[in-house]
Write a protein that binds this ligand. Structure first.
Ligand SMILES: [Zn+2]
Length: 613
């Protein structure tokens, strides 16, 4: 499998290295839509379209709340275009749904149903169009609301109209027209049926607030500013962002700036967050790394995240947005965790990106390298096309520090469990299904990456002699994912494994410096380790208490019988920037430019406005 396809510099239609970090695998996409015009420089603070709800995750309704109400409008397909404001709405909670006979569940979500209908799909339209929403709402003000219940405005194919009611059947709507037409100032018609109508509902009353339909599916809502009444038409989304003191909350309670763009089809609603690049970066940072890290680490990471986002902005172009909100692109859960401190680091590096030969780099990153990073071609195959993603030694990375999650790790698995995993839950199970059929008997390390020593080729052999060979270190990490957090790894069996001597028990079970001793031990014996090393063995296994020159220790054997032992360091694919090493460098006093250049060899940091798309 290839992970990097050949890049044709003359065409922007060829995409891209798609590299996930941490636990996910890697992906390759090809799309034939692009955002932005090739050859132009990037603008400052590019608008971004981030998919929040899309594809298989599509929902029938999507609830949002905003402390100071909402602004409704539409945006043009091109993200740099304006947010065209319809009107300001004081409601603080809305639910956006596709049109259907909708029922509501106990969690307040609407979905299509044939019983217990809360919002019917048939509406009645006044036979009149309006030049703007102010005129429409003046008209609504003249109606007898005891007769015309649930009156709302709608924007249908470029026309502003007024509708009322939500009926389960067309017949019941027609009956209502018959009985009310003599009380209406204008004629009444059954509103045209369509399955492309967006319906905005007040989730407290089930009243329809607004309907929208056009061929481009660009209905949008943004949080209103606190002084929301003086809005003008044609405001750009960036102006909304900066004026906006409020945020929208999704039903998942994540907090978002910018606008939500809703796209309906006959099964549900997709939601895209339209926001500025800088706001996006501010959201990413504190979910990927600790918001309390050193400011130079936060700055370095801001530059990497910004570069990664712009380089990847055509990944989901064929789906109508730029990046998804999942680890496939970069995990994006809005801005709830952002603080003044983390935002200041983003502001301090505004517009700055990492380039190599005047092009944005593939600014990939991972959690921890275990002391050395990996060449991208050893991780993902192919040639070394991106010299800036070459292996770098990171002797300062404190990966073995006890508080580091997955800095060093040892996991054991029996031959049967390993077989079950490889043909079952392993992300690479398709390589093993039908190829092996019994307990794993051996794992042979064929090759290690020349620079990093990560495992680059491995053969897995079962009891019947069937064999599968896996190449490329990131594929190997993924293959053994449950037992290996990286390919910076040793795999042992039976006769050779590590002991771990815990700290003196006298020190109140404090297991800092728990790896005070690590050495090869012969199977079937248990050793006593003293201050001077191994001096004596005794029969038995499990935990053993030992009195040594420096106090009482517990020695724990990590494997028994025929288990395989995965003993490694680091977390992630190991290519590019190591987040923990970045923090270590910052604490050593390095500035963010030096930190970035430590991981990405030979790169430049410059303003994105100097860089061509
Ligand atoms: Zn994605």
């Amino acid at each position: 499998m290839k992970y990097l396809n050949k890049k044709n510099k003359k065409s922007r239609f060829v995409i891209l290295v798609l590299i996930c970090f941490l636990v996910s695998g890697t992906y390759l996409f090809s799309v034939n839509t692009v955002y932005g015009n090739e050859g132009e420089n990037f603008p400052t603070n590019q608008n971004m379209r981030i998919g929040l709800v899309y594809d298989n995750g599509i929902v029938e309704s999507f609830q949002a709340s905003s402390a100071d109400g909402f602004i409704f409008g539409y945006v043009n397909q091109n993200a740099s275009d304006k947010f065209n404001v319809f009107f300001y709405l004081k409601n603080t909670k809305i639910s956006v749904a596709h049109i259907a006979n909708l029922t509501k569940n106990s969690a307040g979500r609407y979905y299509a149903s044939s019983s217990n209908i809360a919002v019917g799909k048939y509406n009645i339209e006044f036979n009149k169009t309006f030049s703007d929403f102010a005129e429409a709402y003046n008209f609504i003000g003249t109606l007898n609301r005891d007769i015309f219940k649930n009156v709302f405005s709608a924007y249908i194919d470029g026309k502003i109209v007024v509708r009322y009611g939500s009926f389960t059947t067309a017949d019941s709507a027609r009956n209502n027209i018959s009985s009310n037409s003599q009380n209406s100032p204008v004629g009444l018609n059954l509103a045209a049926e369509s399955n492309k109508t967006t319906v905005v509902i007040n989730p407290d009353t089930n009243d329809i607030i607004f309907q929208y339909e056009d061929g481009n599916n660009n209905f949008a809502a943004a949080a209103a500013p606190a002084s929301g009444t003086n809005l003008i038409y044609g405001q750009s989304i960036k102006e909304l962002s900066s004026k906006n003191t409020g945020f929208m909350t999704s039903s998942s309670n994540n907090l978002y700036s910018g606008a939500f763009v809703y796209r309906v089809n006959n099964v549900g609603v997709e939601v895209i967050n339209l926001l500025s690049l800088e706001e996006y970066v501010k959201g990413i940072i504190p979910y990927e790394i600790s918001p309390s890290w050193h400011e130079e680490a936060l700055k370095a990471f801001s530059v990497a995240v910004r570069t990664y986002a712009l380089k990847s902005m055509n990944r989901h172009a064929s789906s109508g947005f730029m990046l998804c909100n999942d680890t496939h692109c970069q995990l994006f859960l809005g801005s709830r965790r952002a603080t003044d401190y983390t935002n200041a680091a983003v502001d301090a590096t505004k517009d700055l990106v990492i380039t190599y030969n005047n092009e944005l780099i593939e600014a990939v990153y991972h959690s921890s390298s275990g002391g050395v990073t990996e060449n991208h071609n050893d991780a993902w195959g192919g040639d070394l096309r991106f010299p800036y993603l070459s292996s770098v030694k990171l002797p300062f990375e404190k990966y073995a520090s006890p508080e580091r999650n997955n800095g060093i790790w040892t996991r054991t698995v029996s031959p049967r469990e390993l077989y079950d995993y490889l043909v079952g839950a392993s992300p690479q199970s398709s390589r093993f299904k039908g190829k092996i059929n019994s307990d794993i008997s051996s794992i042979i390390i064929n090759e290690r990456s020349p620079s990093s020593n990560y495992i680059k080729s491995v053969s897995v052999i079962d009891k019947n002699g069937n064999s599968v060979t896996v190449r490329n270190s990131d594929t190997i990490r993924s293959t053994f994912g449950r037992y290996a957090s990286s390919a910076n790894l040793d795999i042992y069996r039976v006769s050779k494994f590590k002991s771990i001597a815990l700290s003196p028990q006298l020190e109140d079970n404090n297991i800092n410096n728990s790896r005070v001793s690590s050495q090869d031990i012969e199977s079937g014996k248990t050793y006593i380790i003293t201050g001077n090393g191994v001096t004596k063995s005794t029969p038995g296994d499990g935990v053993l208490n030992v009195l040594s020159a420096t106090g009482m220790y517990s020695v724990r054997a990590y494997a028994t019988g025929s288990d395989f032992i995965f003993d490694g360091k680091g977390w992630g694919h190991g290519v590019g920037l190591s987040q923990w090493a970045m923090q270590d460098l910052a604490e050593l006093g390095y500035k963010y430019e030096e930190i970035v250049k430590t991981f990405y060899t030979g790169v430049t940091i410059e303003s994105v406005t100097n860089v061509k798309k």
